[in-house]
Design a protein around this ligand. Sequence first.
Ligand code: PEP
Ligand code: MG
Length: 883
Amino acid sequence: TRYVYRFGGGVDDGGQGDRNLLGGKGANLDGMAAIGLPVPPGFTITTAMCTRYYEDGGVYPDSVRAEVATGLAHIEGITGKTFGNAADPLLVSVRSGARASMPGMMDTVLNLGLNDETVIGLATTSGDERFAWDSYRRFIQMYSDVVLELDHGAFEEALEIAKEDQGYSLDTEMTAADWKMLVAEYKALVEKLWNRPFPQDVHDQLWGAISAVFGSWQSERAKVYRRLNNIPGEWGTAVNVQAMVFGNMGETSATGVAFTRDPSTGENVYYGEFLINAQGEDVVAGIRTPQYLTLAARERAGAKPLSMEEAMPETYAELAGVFQILETHYRDMQDIEFTVQQGKLWMLQTRSGKRTAKAALKMAVDMAHEGLITEEEAVARVDPAALDQLLHPTLDPKAPRDVLTKGLPASPGAASGAIVFDADTAERRAEMGDAVILVRVETSPEDIHGMHAAKGILTARGGMTSHAAVVARGMGRPCVSGAGGISIENKTKILRVGGRELKEGDILTIDGSTGEVMAGEVPTVQPELAGDFGVLMVWADKVRRLKVRANAETPQDCKVAREFGAEGVGLCRTEHMFFDAARITAVREMILADSEKGRRLALDKLLPEQRDDFAQIFMVMAGLPVTIRLLDPPLHEFLPHGEAEFEDVAKAAGVSVDTLKRRANELHEFNPMLGHRGCRLGVTYPEIYEMQARAIFEAALIVKARGGEAPIPEVMIPLVATRKELELMKAIVDRVAADVFKEQGESVEYLVGTMIELPRAALKAGEIAEVGEFFSFGTNDLTQTTIGISRDDAGRFLTQYVDKGIFARDPFVSIDVEGVGELIEIAAERGRKTRPGIKLGICGEHGGDPASIAFCEATGLDYVSASPYRVPIARLAAAQAAL
Ligand code: PEP
Ligand code: MG
């Protein structure tokens, strides 16, 4: 097996680059080299080697050592420099590059190949002694951190002390002699902390770095990132070894990052930052504040330092040309790293850029209009889950704002929450249900769990491409970065801004679209659904086969669902209507009654209310199917809690509190989820289902009489396990329908069907379909009962199940295709055999999950049903599944 692929200088072993093998970075370096762009020569060690490295317990086959030697010779041949040569040394960078980009997650080592001898060679060949010693100390610092895993604080401290001793405030004031002295101190530090001298053999350095990159694949922060982004652990990372180019060789050198379009808004303008006389990591780390790439951006921001367009017009023009070539070649917005070494432009990386949902949408639609991609590709480009960001409220422009300061609009959307100053607290408070804003000087990959838990992120330092900005955009969290006006005191947990002090727990609002930071909570408004969103949805609907319905039980939810394009209601959970404050007493009276007569009295009070609910829903959903599920939850969920509630019910029912309490005790269940619920309620208390059926048909006739389009009720029986249960329940519904139609001399069409949410029902679907006219898969309960994991208690251990690879994803979020999925396939097949063309849908939470929707498409279901806000997500996911 070949493990090393060379690129640059007219060689591209990988051709157009297989990203599974070469990783994203390696594949694109190869790709850029192949189309003749200026790429420093190098080679990629494949992801397959990473996997083998772990399988073999961290040793390398001899063949790889030989291949790496060939790779080095390739770089040496092109650069004319020799690795480890004291007179004219070759220096390399060693970087990770996984299949899917994992920004900030993996490690990088720069300036590798420097030692006590080669540093002198570098000083001579570059004619810049200061640069050589600065590079050496950077290398020791980075290598000690990433490869030797020594405490990097110690190195930063040594640098601070060195500057203090000399009375400097900036790194740039350090002279060659100062750096040289610091190198000596760094080496002593390594020896002290590592008990061994800093490696002087450049090959030891190289293999140490390669192993560190492979090792970083299993670091905690990489694991967390993979879990959050569903990246499989077995993919592994590639290692890229590349000739160093230097952005820190004086005023004609620079380093920068750029996007071919604005990753925040999607606008078709170049966007980026650069730093003169700096090395790559300086930009990303947010240590110095970078300068704008374009004149327009600088002017818009009212910033002083010259943009690259002004400071280096020729190189800028060349770079802009490269942007065009890359966008046309990769047919997508690119995120680029470049370096200018003494006026010469070098491309260090390109990849499809991370973008906000808003930008993804705009770019997809724009690119289709530009003819760069097709409409179908545009549909495929937008991550359905990311639409979530767009469908949620933004700050009310009319609401008053107490603006504290303004930072950079790093990731759009608005968020309010309690201030927290560290990631662990963010996570803890979020678990308790608090909305929190994570406030940091700058974020690092260690903060990722807190960023995920927070509603929004605010940082004092860092640009638009800082870690916080990139990660927040990827996660869809609103973020304001580089808010220089704030100062943070971590010890006392105080945030100071404009002479004011805010404590941990105080409420803060950030607007990631404008960069504003505000005290207190600012009200929000609903988003605009026209524009690009509307255009993409039209394209999606053209290719979609699955219908999309909504889980909704109020007229308001139904309205939202219709606006979002729902084609019916797939699940109206009638019990939610019972919790209404005005009705709950009657519901309790019904439940606690100890005779049918008592229950009927209470049900009579509920009938007009329920009829009114249904009538309103039918009005909103005019002409569309509405699946109404008869009462499902365990009765105990409705029981009164405190004394006062018991008294209310006692008064309404005309019995004593003691009697009620006794009755409540009788109703107690040990395992209510498998207890007296679902159609078991209808079997034991048929009068409940009778009342509900009556309310449905009377409401349907009311709407019909008003001249509205007749609704199409689909009456759904929950938690059916046997054909007989459904037969009994359907008989009730049909009888009531016949009664109502006779009373009113008018009728409507309707269906009676069942949920498939128990394994037995799935297996016996052939029989059940003899009675049921439609099936709706209740995958919440079906998952619970198939795997035998309680849907209400799973949270405590399921993350571990995912971490340990027992499940690829939480099966309550994304369908367990192999297990639960097989039951669905069995039920669909057996149901169709009995009743060809039987209508099949899904109404569990999975109905809004893109991966599960792909499964539903493959299984040939007729529709998916999701909560109103997820309807557009489902429409897009259904379209993608059909492509
Ligand atoms: C289900 O079980 O998947 C379902 C939709 O019903 P509920 O969540 O109300 O139990
Ligand atoms: Mg259920």
